[in-house]
Design a protein around this ligand. Sequence first.
Ligand code: C5P
Length: 409
Amino acid sequence: MPKRLVNKNILLGVTGGIAAYKSADLARRLREAGACVRVVMTQKAKEFITPLTMQAVSGNPVHDDLFDLQAEAAMGHIELARWADAILVAPATADFIARLRQGEANDLLTTLCLAASAPIALAPAMNQAMWKNTATQENVQAVQDKGVKMFGPDAGEQACGDVGYGRMLEPLELVKQLSELFETKMLTGVNVLMTAGPTQEAIDPVRYISNASSGKMGYALAQALTEAGAKVTLISGPVSQRTPEHVTRINVISAKEMYASVMNHVHDNDIFIGVAAVADYRCKTISSQKIAKTSEELQLVLERNPDIVASVAQLDKKPFVIGFAAETENLISHARAKLFRKKLDMIIANQVGGTETGIGSDENAVTVLWCEQQQEFKRMSKQKLARELVSLIAECYKIKNDELRCLSA
Ligand code: C5P
């Protein structure tokens, strides 16, 4: 099974229909595709399948009550709504669709649907006459008009013996349609070159100078870029991140190697993003033997490494160039100065040192600066942030491209 939902938080809503017996398999298939799954069941759903089953297959406690003090203490309903990258309600009964249309918040699942900003998809499952009924069709149309996606239903034989539309789609088909929600096509046909991770600058055969970059932000961006349709080449320093599907990864160790690899590939690319925490200095001479601890003091002479992102921005035929700025103070003014000094098209600035965001952490909060403009992204998971950044990058890249086309016309 292709890992199409890696790093995606999927909130699986289960409502009270006979197709709920398939929701257990669906939860399993979602996890196989790489998703992290949390299940929310309505009271009626529990008549068809037990919370224990759903807990076992999802690997997480099941949420079923808006007024459960214990559950709220562990993960409150607003937190749960924020956690979700997508909500999939499967099966979605006629009653649930009607309540969703009304904007009701009389149970946990409808409340979450109201509170979440993530996309919502429904997999309707009901008797064919109920599906065809004008009331249901009007409700379906109304929720679709509000942006809710409809997966199915399928036609065929039903549990009640009828034949017609109203069968829930099979779990694998639901996984496929859900993963397509994340494939935005905003950057289809666009080639992106990126750097990520730290570099290591050798001192001797066993020692090096490096930094705490984990590569998480760069790899999350690489994944979001491919989901947006871009062809991504990722030049990576030493990290323990999994390479996202469809990303071409080139491993390097030092800043010099990273520079050479970037210069080798940059001409085939439309966008360059420097996410790597490149070492600014390297040892002037690398000892060929392990340095013995014979003296009380040891001095290393360092020399400057090339600035990769600035070098790319100086090329005659330069791509759209984006840099990062990790700052401990004066975030915006330092980042804006860097944007102009390095001649970048865009810079993504984040505060580091003494915060729970940035280097090494799972979350980040950034301010993006370009031309005279800026946009703030509040603290969120690096995966979610990467998707939001990719939307902004795609928008700015398109505007810049259109301007260049106008100039050359
Ligand atoms: O100047 P500073 O290191 O703060 O700039 C950070 C930005 O510059 C990041 O985009 C980083 O990838 C890039 N950079 C680079 N080569 C260097 C140093 C930084 O590409 N030698």
